[in-house]
Design a binder for this molecule. Structure first.
Ligand code: FAD
Length: 325
């Protein structure tokens, strides 16, 4: 049966996040011929109408209020709620990003909806929408269905392919005027101070070169950064490296850090503790470089290199330079 599906299109630094397009692919599958609406917030929201249409939205609702230029829980909650009241969707999808993880449970609780979070796959089987999500820090997966009411799920970035862009696709657009209950706007963002340098966003990176305590110093991350830059990727870290002060906690991957699923994950001097694996073991190809042949990271690696990372990483960089020109 066709469904009316709503996607919340997450924008960061005035750029549409890939996961918004991945949510649209999910929405198209679930809609089964029904209408897919994308909602996008902020005074620059109109810039994203075309990419959203090209990737599967039939209708784009823009909410241009300047209060939405920077994320705050209160403003986004109020705007998102009003979009849902307008669209009356059968299913809602958001990215499992910092914003999606913050606003979705609040919406679900206030509207009395169930929420399935951090989905890595969505299938339609015999008319039922079946969600797959990891449990026990990624050691197992569970399949879930929503038996009644509106379906609401957050989608983990980098797990579901976005549809190819069709530049001929057009969407109906609508500008929604949102009214804010001023007494509920309890926070304002005055300034955003970035802790990490500009570059590829770790949670959406296709290639990650991650360093652990084996990198030994902040200086030791330089060869990793060089390799990541060459491959168009990002640098990540274990908590061991962050705790030792070699890099910022914003780079931490794992149970209490970011969850990543790049096409290629190169782990350098990381032992492979279960809490680290929880954040990266779903990467498509894992390469581990470690001096210790017994290191646990080799249990999940597709390719293992037993050796000193300070020799191996520069060699890899040299070889990639030859291939990539
Ligand atoms: P180590 O375990 O010290 O490993 C260093 C590795 O480097 C060793 O295997 C060594 O053989 C290798 N090495 C040393 N020198 C070289 C060299 N020159 N060349 C090649 N290899 C070399 N950890 C996370 O990463 N992410 C999390 O989110 C996280 N959350 C946690 C939550 C909780 C509640 C707890 C209790 C722990 C958490 N941890 C997390 C910590 C985790 O248990 C490990 O302590 C941590 O992952 C270890 O980091 P590491 O592998 O860099 O360091």
């Amino acid at each position: 049966m066709s469904k009316n599906v709503l996607v919340f299109a997450d924008v960061r630094d005035k750029k549409l996040r890939n996961v918004a397009l991945e949510c649209l692919a999910v929405a198209r599958k679930v809609a089964d011929g029904g209408v897919v609406t994308a909602a996008v917030f902020g005074s620059f929201a109109k810039d994203f109408v075309d990419p959203l249409a090209h990737h599967g939205a039939d209708r784009v609702i823009t909410v241009l209020n300047p209060e939405l230029d920077q994320y705050t829980t209160d403003a986004y909650f109020q705007a998102f709620k009003q979009v849902i009241e307008k669209v009356q969707p059968d299913a809602i999808f958001t990215g499992h990003t910092a914003v999606g993880r913050d606003v979705s449970p609040r919406i679900a609780a206030r509207l009395g909806l169930g929420l399935i979070s951090d989905c890595t796959n969505v299938e339609v089987q015999d008319g039922q929408i079946v969600f797959t999500r990891p449990i026990y820090a990624g050691k197992a997966f569970v399949k879930k269905v929503v038996k009644e009411g509106t379906v609401f799920a957050t989608i983990r970035p980098n797990n579901i392919e976005a549809m190819n862009a069709d530049p001929g696709r057009k969407a109906e657009t609508e500008e929604l005027q949102v009214t804010f209950a001023q007494d509920l706007l309890r926070t304002i963002v005055k300034e955003v101070v970035r802790k990490t340098a500009e570059g590829v966003d770790l949670s959406e990176a296709r290639v990650i070169v991650a360093g652990g305590r084996g990198v030994k110093s902040a200086e030791g991350f330089k060869p990793l950064q060089e390799l990541a830059d060459l491959l168009g990727g990002a640098v990540g870290a274990s908590r061991g490296a962050c705790d030792a002060g070699y890099c910022d906690y914003a780079l931490q991957i794992g149970q209490t850090g970011k969850v990543v699923t790049p096409d290629l994950y190169i782990a350098c001097g990381i032992s492979g503790a279960i809490q680290h694996l929880a954040g990266m073991s779903n990467s498509k190809v894992i390469v581990a470089i470690n001096k210790d042949p017994e290191a646990n990271i080799f249990q999940v690696a597709d390719y293992g290199i037993v050796g000193d990372l300070f020799e191996v990483v520069p060699l890899l960089t040299e070889e990639f330079k030859k291939v990539l020109g």
